[in-house]
Design a protein around this ligand. Structure first.
Ligand code: GAP
Length: 487
């Protein structure tokens, strides 16, 4: 197994080699922190998304879906606080007037150090920067820049202003004329699309509190520290659910969703020791409780999902900015007063998970380099032990030979199974090579059609993780695979 520092580069290389993830517009040398999902990656990503959607909508009594637009009225972001508070630090050189993002400036200096062989110094500088950024310690960052004599590439001086904030939202022009009035943002979270549609969905769906609205979609952030592959991207996808509850019940619903979301992860077969909760001590101004579900990524335990008790902050803000009431009438009787609860703005529990981050969690746990050498011969394989429900290909059908009627039998198996789950056909190369390739793609089952099949309608089915093979009737294949991919 690749050790920790080598694991992430090994996964990145594997993702590229097997068509999971490519750098965006790679022929032009890529675009930082933007990635494209290839033929295998798009399947895996879609399977994660479908699995989340099914668990959070179809299997719930009181959660419905939404697909809101990426562009929203600009006042949305004023009301949500993103225009004023969604920032990262930047600094100006007083002699050249050139403005730098603090991380870019320090990283460029670290690169120069590396070029002159001072790798340890460069690594220390980056580590110090990340620690200070994590604490929003701008005075500390400025003194880091000064003590390391980080200079402006134009003036060559170290004459810096104080560090100021830089908004993370991407802005663009709406319509054909330029100007502040036409400025719109690419949404930095999907949640606001849910909030502004709260009453639309509640009324048309005749939803009764407590109920939830779930959404999967793109979000965009001009991230300051955009590294670590798909962990922190500038264009990414979120799977979010806002659960609207009666004021005063938010604490119990927060605990409920905290537990329910961890169970969702564990039900995929991901081990409990790879997860931990991180309760927020410093709460955002709109939250009365918040925690992260952290995962043991190759670079250590980091946030995978957030559970936030957002109070009535967002709906209240939208009510104030839109001048439209965001209230719900609750006609259930309050036992304390004997009267209906009446009108109120619901409180909200949010569950928010990054789809790309979940992809990285799944693939980094699944990735294994195995030494299979025996006394007779050296052998090894890379296997992706993906949960079968998420695997891009569920079953590969491999005729032992390209002739003698074996491909025709394989075709019949495919015709039977393709409508139910994704299959793959391969007749080139030795059977051993074909198995290795399927292991590297995470295919849980390989079915081999051989000469005995012609006599008794049986095939061998090989299990990816154990590499064990068993002989089964062709008629049993579909249900074996379907059982394995159902959770
Ligand atoms: N609506 C709440 C919200 O957006 P967040 O903690 O900023 O909260 C939620 O983001 C989740 O979105 C994170 O837990 C993470 O999984 C994912 N996420 C956030 N920024 C990301 C980025 N730049 N790249 C990839 N995923 C990101």
């Amino acid at each position: 197994m690749a050790n920790e520092s080598k694991l992430l580069p090994a996964i990145i290389a594997h993702c590229k080699e097997y068509g999971f993830i490519f750098p965006s517009s790679e022929i032009y040398d890529g675009l930082q922190a933007v990635y494209d999902y290839g033929q295998m990656g798009s399947e895996l990503k879609k399977n994660i998304k479908d699995h989340w959607w099914r668990s959070m909508t179809q299997l719930q009594e009181n959660i419905v879906g939404l697909d809101a637009a990426i562009f929203m009225h600009p006042t949305t972001w004023k009301a949500s606080g993103h225009v004023d508070n969604f920032n990262d630090p930047m600094i100006d050189n007083k002699d050249s007037n050139k403005r730098y993002r603090v991380d870019h400036l320090i990283e460029a200096h670290a690169d120069q150090l590396k070029e002159t062989g001072k790798t340890a110094e460069a690594d220390q500088l980056i580590a110090d920067m990340e620690a200070l950024l994590g604490k929003d310690d701008f005075a500390g960052l400025k003194s880091l820049i000064e003590t390391n004599k980080v200079s402006c590439s134009i003036s060559g001086t170290c004459n810096w202003t104080d560090i100021r904030q830089f908004n993370l939202m991407f802005a663009t022009e709406f319509g054909s004329t330029e100007g502040e009035d036409n400025k719109v943002y690419l949404r930095p979270e999907t949640a606001q699309g849910i909030f502004v549609n709260f009453l639309n969905v509640q009324k048309t769906g005749r939803m009764k509190v407590p109920f939830g609205i779930a959404q999967v979609g793109k979000a965009f952030r001009n991230e300051i520290v955009a590294r670590q592959f798909i962990f922190r991207m500038r264009e990414f996808e979120q799977m979010e659910m806002q659960f609207f509850v009666r004021p005063g019940t938010q604490k119990e619903w927060y605990e409920y969703w905290k537990e329910a979301r961890l169970k969702w992860h564990l039900a995929l077969g991901l081990p409990v020791d790879k997860y931990r909760y991180h309760d927020h001590v410093k709460l955002a101004h709109y939250a009365d409780a918040a925690c992260d579900i952290e995962f043991a990524f190759p670079m250590g335990f980091k946030e995978l999902e957030g559970i936030h008790s957002r109070t009535d902050f967002d709906l209240k803000q939208h009510q104030e900015y839109s001048k439209k009431k965001q209230q719900y009438f609750d006609n259930d009787v309050d036992p304390a007063t004997g009267k209906p609860y009446g009108n109120y703005i619901p409180y909200v529990i949010e569950t928010s998970i990054g789809l790309d981050r979940m992809f990285l969690a799944v693939i980094s746990h699944a990735y294994e380099e195995q030494d299979l050498s025996t006394e007779e011969k050296q052998d090894s394989r890379v296997v992706l032990k993906l949960p079968p429900v998420l695997a891009p290909i569920k079953m590969a059908v491999l005729p032992l030979n390209k002739k003698d009627g074996l491909p025709e039998i394989a075709d019949a198996i495919l015709a039977d199974c393709r409508p139910h789950f994704r299959c793959f056909y391969e007749e080139k190369d030795s059977i051993g090579k074909r198995y290795r390739r399927m292991d590297a793609l995470g295919t849980p089952f390989c079915v081999t059609v051989d000469y005995q099949t012609k006599e008794d309608n049986t095939v061998t089915i090989r299990h990816r993780d154990s590499m064990e093979q068993e002989r089964v009737p062709i008629s049993a294949l579909r249900s074996i695979v379907q059982q394995a991919i159902t959770i």
